[in-house]
Design a binder for this molecule. Structure first.
Ligand code: SF4
Length: 303
């Protein structure tokens, strides 16, 4: 693992490595970050994939975000990260947006559904962006692990992570991918958008499938090169109970809003995370002004 960047953020030294790993170090008891280091950014609600559980309610007639001209872009710190949703049809301004982010030294990661990742035309475009250094990490939302050539395609890229959803992705699909040296990210199930109806209408309840996954986590951890969880999955799969205090301190990336927050460019708002009911207009705020608002919300919530 090669070290790429190190920067100081408040009382914390942040280091990023070439495989996407990020570490935080402080001499104090608590991390205190001066600026946010990563954002999930929604750039489009236009998507032809029609997933029944789509928490963001995307459809082929959904809207693309305004991608250029936001004031806060210029206030983001070099080597901080964003993760954007890449869907078919591609956002028409995406190339220019990625060029802009790259010129500000922002690390761009994308998440893409397997159906779109396996589309030759999209992959050709993705290849260009990866070669240019515009896209660093690729998160692929799994639909069918047995698809011809899928695992080989995934392995062609150095920074790919397979995304699965707790309670939705069948256990056999996760098992199928074990032993291939892949990285896995387990996401929690979001009951917003179409996710609510899907949750209520299933014959085998999502909660039952989650319990099954929880029971098989040791096998999952042994079957992949790296296994990680988002904060919602940490809660839903009771990950805290499996770790000692020392392991928790070492592996936990921090609560939403403490070093990261969500930005929705389609709606022009930001929030603590993508599920938060409390949102704020972006307007012409800088990234630090937005972060202050999020920190204030957290402070009030814990008072
Ligand atoms: S979950 Fe992703 S791929 Fe599926 S409809 Fe929503 S945006 Fe499209």
């Amino acid at each position: 693992m090669k070290r790429l960047y190190t920067y100081q953020n408040g009382n914390t030294t942040t280091t990023i490595y070439d495989d996407g790993t990020k570490t935080h170090f402080t001499m104090d008891d608590e991390f205190e970050f001066e600026f946010p280091e990563s954002h999930d950014i929604s750039i489009s609600q236009c998507c032809d994939n029609g997933c029944e559980w789509c928490y963001y309610g995307c459809s082929p007639t959904g809207k693309h975000a305004q991608l250029l001209g936001w004031r806060f872009f210029g206030s983001m710190r070099p080597y901080t990260e964003i993760a954007i949703n890449l869907q078919r049809p591609l956002h028409p301004d995406l190339g220019r947006f990625l060029f802009l982010m790259n010129s500000h030294h922002i690390i761009c990661n994308v998440t893409i559904n397997q159906n779109h990742f396996m589309d030759d035309e999209i992959r050709r475009q993705l290849d260009v962006w990866v070669r240019q250094g515009f896209v660093k990490g690729i998160g692929i939302s799994l639909t069918d692990p047995t698809q011809d050539g899928f695992i080989d395609e995934v392995k062609k890229y150095s920074n790919t992570v397979i995304h699965v959803i707790a309670g939705v992705t069948p256990w056999e699909d996760i098992q199928y991918l074990m032993g291939h040296g892949l990285k896995l990210l387990i996401l929690g199930y979001k009951k917003t958008g179409r996710g609510k109806k899907y949750y209520d209408g299933l014959f085998i309840p999502i909660i039952t499938q989650m319990k099954y996954l929880e029971g098989g986590l040791d096998e999952v951890i042994n079957g992949f090169k790296v296994v990680s969880f988002d904060n919602l999955a940490i809660e839903q799969l009771h990950i805290r109970d499996r770790l000692s205090d020392k392991e928790w301190d070492m592996f936990y990336g921090g609560d939403d809003g403490t070093v990261t927050f969500f930005i929705d460019l389609v709606k022009g708002v930001f929030a603590r995370n993508s599920l938060s009911q409390i949102t704020y207009p972006i307007g012409d705020k800088t990234i630090d002004e937005m972060f202050e608002i999020i920190k204030e919300e957290i402070k009030k919530g814990s008072d």
